[in-house]
Design a protein around this ligand. Structure first.
Ligand SMILES: Cc1ncc(COP(=O)(O)O)c(C=O)c1O
Length: 356
């Protein structure tokens, strides 16, 4: 790895109690270029803009995919990644689906660790605080030709994060728009998936909702995901979540929730969820909770579902009663080294830079 440390660290301007998530970037970033059929050197360089042509294929034809993951600091200042190998596997799954070159484990994991290590001071401490990390791959070839590109960049950037979306939200069950289609790219973290979701989300917001529950493209009869989260439903004391598929992203938080729920002895059923069953359960009072999970928010609890122009209210459970909150706390405790890690999910980021 080629390391070029910044001579103008911005850390003294960073106020961990007052910063804007997603707009504040740490001092460094990782970049690596792909050309002539192979990846070049991984470089750790000062964070900053790069120069590309508007004819860059990544922006014209959408060959671009990314990951979202976090690093956490415990009360002793130790830094941990959470299941980073899952993100490594998933970025390559996305890259493959978009006909882009896969990255090596060394590029991804060593790059990640080196970046988090050198900028560990940027990781805010305390409840709900973390560093959100964005690895991405995009086509950089300058060519207006609708074909697979020959040049790419792998990059990792990161922004300090705090918990957001803490209030319960209301979500509209989509009866027209879809996030993904059979044979499409729903299971990839393709940049274009997000672009396609913004307009329907805007419409739902205009109708007074915060988010959308995406349903299947063929019938709109089954739950798929919610916003940029996987979705869970609790009817009586059973938790349901749809199986992952080519239309549903295989979320790291989803998988962790399933395992944590089983560890607690909760009944979990990974099976298709019918909209009409959820609506019927709301009407007969057996629908206890619906929530979304993902790296950025961990959990968002829903307070109402919009269906056929009707707002269906969900019960307000206490934190002790809510499986969503219990499992969220289990997960956050594990991520931040407040609890045992029987699964081996935490990965300590050593102080390695001195030896590089
Ligand atoms: C569409 C979509 N579904 C689900 C998730 C949750 O995945 P994860 O738990 O790996 O963050 C995300 C966020 O990354 C997402 O963008």
């Amino acid at each position: 790895m080629i390391i070029q440390k910044t001579e103008n660290s911005r850390i003294s301007t960073f106020d961990p109690s007052n910063f804007s998530f997603g707009n504040t970037f740490i001092d460094h970033m990782i970049i690596c270029e792909y050309e002539n059929g192979k990846w070049g050197d991984v470089k750790l360089v000062p964070y900053g803009p790069l120069q590309f042509s508007p004819a860059m294929m990544g922006v014209n034809y959408g060959q671009a995919c990314f990951e979202g993951m976090k690093a956490y600091k415990d009360k002793d200042g130790q830094v941990f990644l959470f299941r980073p190998e899952k993100n490594f596997e998933r970025i390559n799954k996305s890259a493959k689906r978009l006909a882009m070159p896969e990255v090596t484990e060394e590029m991804f994991l060593d790059g990640l660790k080196a970046l988090v290590d050198i900028d560990r001071e940027w990781i805010p401490e305390g409840e709900g605080m973390s560093l959100y990390i964005r690895p991405l791959i995009f086509a950089t070839e300058e060519a207006l030709k609708a074909r697979v590109a020959n040049k790419y960049m792998f990059a990792i950037v990161a922004t300090p994060a705090k918990m957001y979306y803490t209030e319960p939200v209301s979500v509209k069950i989509s009866d027209h728009y879809s996030r993904a289609a059979s044979g499409g790219v729903g299971s990839a973290k393709a940049a274009g998936n997000y672009a396609a979701s913004f307009y329907p989300t805007q419409l739902a917001i205009e109708e007074g909702y915060d988010q959308i529950i995406w349903t299947d493209d063929a019938t709109h009869e089954y739950f798929e995901e919610s916003g940029t989260m996987n979705v869970f439903v609790r009817i009586n004391d059973t938790i349901y979540t749809p199986p992952t598929s080519e239309k549903i992203l295989d979320g790291v938080t989803r998988d962790s929730f399933i395992q944590l729920a089983k560890k607690r002895g909760f009944e979990v059923k990974v099976e298709p969820i019918k909209v009409k069953d959820v609506v019927a359960a709301q009407k007969n009072g057996t629908l206890k909770e619906v929530w979304g999970v993902g790296t950025a928010v961990v959990t968002t609890v829903f307070e109402a579902l919009g269906y056929n122009g009707e707002k269906l209210d969900l019960p307000r459970l206490s934190d002790e009663e809510s499986y969503a909150v219990i499992l969220k706390n289990d997960l956050v405790d594990l991520q931040t080294n407040l609890a045992e890690d029987p699964f081996g999910w935490r990965v300590l980021v050593d102080h390695a830079m001195e030896t590089v």
